[in-house]
Design a protein around this ligand. Structure first.
Ligand code: 6GU
Length: 221
């Protein structure tokens, strides 16, 4: 998979993409990530990327030209262009699965007070990561790329994400490791029983019980 990210703050991505599982996925060539500063595409003599809003009002608005030119230089028939915006559709695990099957993703990180409405016409999907407002789309694009990369074949063990929270609208079941008793807290006996049928049953029940308790809204789906 190839991922291009358009941002005015490329430095924000450095640590996130050079650590842990994403770092390894890049080294193993499971994914190729390129960060583009769309200021470099500005045809303005001062490399301006924003301007005042028509009709007046506070703040500056990202202009079309640098973003259009940057996207058009990267886009092929295999590309999916994604705009990060608080008014996008709510990002969910199902969308992560769908996007993990794409060949090429282009993320556009909005910033400042907003972007020219016509930028939306460049995009195939608009995504939001939750009902709160971030200073820009950068963190959202990192959240989304992280959740997609871990699903790419060979990045983590297949089994590790078959039981992920949110698959089938259920939260993950509880897990334990050694020691068997820590500060008086015991590992449930069934997990030590060696009875795989019973363990599977316990995990399924716990998954449902936990979802009922913590996220009843998921069960309604
Ligand atoms: Cl994608 N962008 C911004 N700026 N704020 C957000 C968001 C995205 N998702 C939730 N809040």
């Amino acid at each position: 998979m190839k991922i291009d990210i358009l941002t005015l703050f490329p430095e924000m991505f450095e640590n996130v993409f050079s650590s842990s599982i994403i770092k390894r996925a890049i080294e193993d060539k499971k994914v190729k990530i390129k960060i583009h500063n769309f200021r470099d595409y500005s045809k303005d003599s001062h490399h301006k990327v924003d301007d005042t809003p028509y009709g007046g009002g506070a703040g500056m608005v990202l202009t079309c030209q640098p973003i259009f030119d940057c996207v058009e230089s990267l886009k092929t028939k295999d590309s999916k262009v994604i705009l990060l915006t608080p008014d996008g559709i709510p990002y969910k695990q199902k969308i992560a699965y769908d996007l993990s099957k794409e060949k090429h993703l282009i993320f556009i990180c909005g910033h400042y007070e907003g972007f020219d409405e016509r930028i939306r016409s460049l995009c195939d999907v608009e995504l939001s990561i939750g009902d709160y407002v971030l200073t820009g789309g950068e963190l959202a694009s990192m959240v989304i790329t992280d959740s997609i990369i871990r699903l790419l074949p060979g990045v983590i063990e297949q089994e590790s994400h078959q039981n992920d929270s949110f698959n089938n609208n259920l939260l993950d079941y509880p897990t334990y490791t050694k020691p068997r008793i820590f500060r008086g807290m015991e590992v449930p006996a069934v997990l030590l029983s060696g009875n795989h049928k019973k363990i599977e049953q316990y995990r399924k029940e716990e998954s449902i019980r936990r979802t009922q308790e913590k996220r009843p809204d998921l069960l309604e789906k």
